[in-house]
Design a protein around this ligand. Structure first.
Ligand SMILES: [Zn+2]
Ligand SMILES: [Zn+2]
Length: 305
């Protein structure tokens, strides 16, 4: 009988930082070749948190999850202790659209993503609220709320949290003000199923200046008043290639863009967000492991005490 070839062991890179206990820090990783590959990439980079797409993010269709793939993903997480896993929904989904056909299609796709998260034991499905494409912000937000209600109605008892991300506010995209997030979080029939994800690049692009201690406190004070800081259940840590209020979404490596190190240093030491998963979506270049570990080391180096 032929001997089964042993799989190469997954080892932590020597470039990986030592992330302190209780800090959930990681990166978005590719699921190409199977969802468990994302876990292995996270392990190599030393991550304690992981973000994935549940399916190809630029296609509507998805091959149904196979039991074997789900099992391999769960086994890899168990083996390597990667408990904190969030997912990002497809960029095609637009729950804010006035176009009925696209809206229905978006709800269907959103439900499929919720189902995949539930099957994969992913805690949060992070999504951009979508674009109103000329119908106006109020009408767009009402559509998002209605769409989420429908998605929740079709997925009773699910534990995955529907997690709305703050956006840069490109074009007619919704979600670039805390008022938008509040309208969604408090507008849905099941607010307990909804959480918020903050992307640092998007915050700056949307006009929230968190680069100084005063601006940082003002930003989170405003968010606390409108949404509640307890609703913040995920972060995307990205620097921005463009400046404050540009309304353009261009991620940069940590500390290398218009945010610089200061806001990340404040965030990494903010007790209010200890235990909230924080993942990088920074450019990876040709050497993904080198880029991820470089950015993770920079963040870990900021943690005081
Ligand atoms: Zn993001
Ligand atoms: Zn972005």
């Amino acid at each position: 009988m032929a001997k089964r070839k042993a799989a190469a062991p997954v080892e932590r890179s020597e470039l990986a930082p030592a992330i302190p206990d209780g800090v959930l820090l990681g990166a978005h990783m590719s699921i190409a070749g199977g969802h468990h590959h994302a876990v292995e990439a996270a392990v190599r980079a030393g991550c304690t948190a992981l973000q994935i797409f549940t399916k190809g993010n630029n296609q509507w269709r998805a091959k149904p999850l196979e039991e074997e793939g789900v099992r391999a993903f769960a086994a890899a997480r168990e083996e390597h202790g990667i408990d904190a896993v969030v997912a990002h929904a497809s960029y095609l989904i637009n729950l804010g659209t006035p176009d009925d056909a696209l809206w229905e299609k978006s709800i269907d796709a959103f439900v499929v993503e919720l189902e995949r998260c539930e099957a994969l034991d992913v805690s949060h499905l992070i999504f951009h609220p979508g674009a109103h494409v000329g119908s106006g912000e109020e009408a767009g937000l009402a559509r998002v709320v209605h769409g989420l209600d429908e998605a929740h109605r079709r997925t009773p008892g699910f534990s995955v949290r529907t997690t709305v991300e703050v956006t840069a506010g490109q074009g007619t995209c919704l979600g670039h003000t805390f008022e938008h997030l509040a309208a969604i979080v408090s507008g849905v029939a099941a607010p307990e199923r909804v959480a918020v994800c903050l992307d640092t690049c998007h915050l700056l692009a949307a006009g929230y200046d968190l680069r100084t201690p005063g601006g940082y406190e003002e930003t989170f004070g405003e968010l606390g008043g409108l949404v509640g800081l307890g609703k913040v259940e995920a972060f995307h840590l990205n620097d921005s290639k463009k400046d404050l209020g540009c309304r353009v979404d261009r991620h940069e490596e940590i500390g290398e863009g218009f945010l610089g190190d200061a806001p990340f240093r404040m965030l990494m030491n903010d007790d209010r967000f200890r235990g909230v998963p924080m993942v990088l979506e920074t450019p990876k270049g040709d050497d993904e492991l080198a880029a991820d570990t470089r950015n993770l080391r920079r963040l870990v180096g900021m943690i005081e005490g």
